[in-house]
Design a binder for this molecule. Structure first.
Ligand code: SF4
Length: 210
């Protein structure tokens, strides 16, 4: 099965695939959700963002927030101390340097506190299908390694491998579909499997079918 066929199968399996981050209405709020989601589940993020966006809906209000007030709202997410600081600092920069608009390119996005290249690509691919690069998180890494699409273990090198295997117009799909496949089917630990790639991937050999 070719890399293209693998991706097409995933698209068939998740016809209504969309980000599972909720409660956001603007690019700023979506970026905040993604920053909060580092080392944290989307469900965990969704639990705090309703209140967070009621208090601080835009860069200006967040830029004026007190760190302990943001912390008290987001304290259940991992690394909430540093994330509180990041959110206020990135909001200040948005207000000062970007007229309170979130930039639409990787190079400007990564000037914001708490936003690395992976976060920038997740944001741009999900919101605008920008295809500036593939973002490799734990799910993309696991699925692409197990399916033999890469032999690398470093996320940046895996991204380069996937960018060679797939046409640039499809890079945003890697983030959407590989993440869902890893979250719901090719999980880190499995006792049963319902994977459609069992014929080409021996990793689940011997596991009962779900
Ligand atoms: S066979 Fe198992 S390891 Fe391989 S892709 Fe499917 S779920 Fe993942």
């Amino acid at each position: 099965m070719s890399p293209k066929q693998i991706l097409s199968k995933m698209e068939e399996l998740f016809p209504n695939a969309a980000t599972e981050l909720a409660n956001w209405k603007t690019p700023f709020q979506f970026l905040v959700c993604i920053v909060l989601s580092a080392q944290t589940t989307d469900k965990g993020v969704n639990k705090v963002t309703t209140m967070l966006f009621e208090e601080y809906p835009d860069p200006l209000s967040m830029s004026k927030a007190r760190e302990q007030d943001v912390y008290s709202i987001i304290q259940t997410v991992n690394y909430s101390n540093s994330k509180s600081r990041y959110l206020i600092e990135l909001s200040r920069k948005l207000v000062q340097d970007f007229n309170s608009e979130v930039p639409k390119d990787v190079n400007n996005l990564i000037t914001l506190k708490g936003v690395g290249r992976k976060t920038a690509n997740v944001f741009l691919n999900d919101l605008y299908k920008s295809n500036e690069g593939v973002a490799v998180d734990t799910h993309v890494m696991r699925v692409s390694q197990r399916l033999g699409l890469t032999k690398e273990t470093n996320p940046d090198k895996i991204a380069r491998d996937l960018e060679k295997l797939y046409p640039q117009k499809d890079w945003w799909k890697i983030n959407r579909y590989f993440v869902l496949y890893g979250r719901y089917i090719c999980r880190a630990k499995m006792k049963k499997t319902r994977c459609v790639f069992r014929d080409i991937c021996s990793y689940c050999k011997g596991l009962p079918i779900e």
